[in-house]
Design a protein around this ligand. Sequence first.
Ligand code: R1P
Length: 273
Amino acid sequence: MNEVYEKLLKCYACFEDKIDFKPQAALILGSGLGDYADTNMKVEAVLDYHDIEGFPVSTVPGHKGRFVFGYVGDVPVVCMQGRVHYYEGYSMQDVVLPTRLMKMMGAKVLFLTNAAGGIQQGMKAGDLMMITGQIGCFVPSPLIGANIDELGERFPDMSHIYDEDLQKIIRKAAIEADIPLREGTYLQLSGPNFETPQEISMCRVLGADAVGMSTACEAIAANHMGMKICGISCISNLAAGISPFSLIHREVQETADRVAPLFKKLVTDSITG
Ligand code: R1P
């Protein structure tokens, strides 16, 4: 059997052994947004990544490293409090293992969040941007290697990664809660170094509105499995060259903390909407 799939099945067996919960939606929390599960979910169970054999564990400050199972309103949700990134040294297959696992748990919808650098004209730190498209080809595809036929097809279509209906729900939730919402394209680079001003100029020319080091690969893996996907970036800083200041991760976290109440409301209203 394909060893990537074998590992996934082992992780699933471990989950099944420990947790009796069937989520409908999966939520990945980005940098600085990790306490959503503590404040906005009726928690039913928690599963530490360390307790799943072979599971990649996050090493980034602000990423706790556990699955939280519970309800947002009436919707059963599995939430990743902490994601793993390619720059942490994991293979792309490992980076998307949690996403694949959440689909196997039962989640049909994937809600992606992240902290990102703002490129779009007029953006400012603290803005929220609904992701309407992505550029993921600067990092290796998580689908490289033997195709796992049990998950999806060899050459999946990527024309409509971000689901139109979910976008409508998020737009409506933002309008009803009076939360200003930008829209745009997220571009994933490998990191861990922040981008140079020249790289940001390139990203802008290519049509990116926000840049980060996650998300696009997870969306590719989720799309491969036929999940419905939506995403919101918290613009935690203006990207290099646009911002006159040097970039530091602590500020990414601080901005995300400041915006957290609005972000949490938007996520909750979108899930229950
Ligand atoms: C940099 O500050 C970190 O924040 C973002 C970047 O991708 C990078 O990991 O994290 P998330 O994408 O996980 O929100």
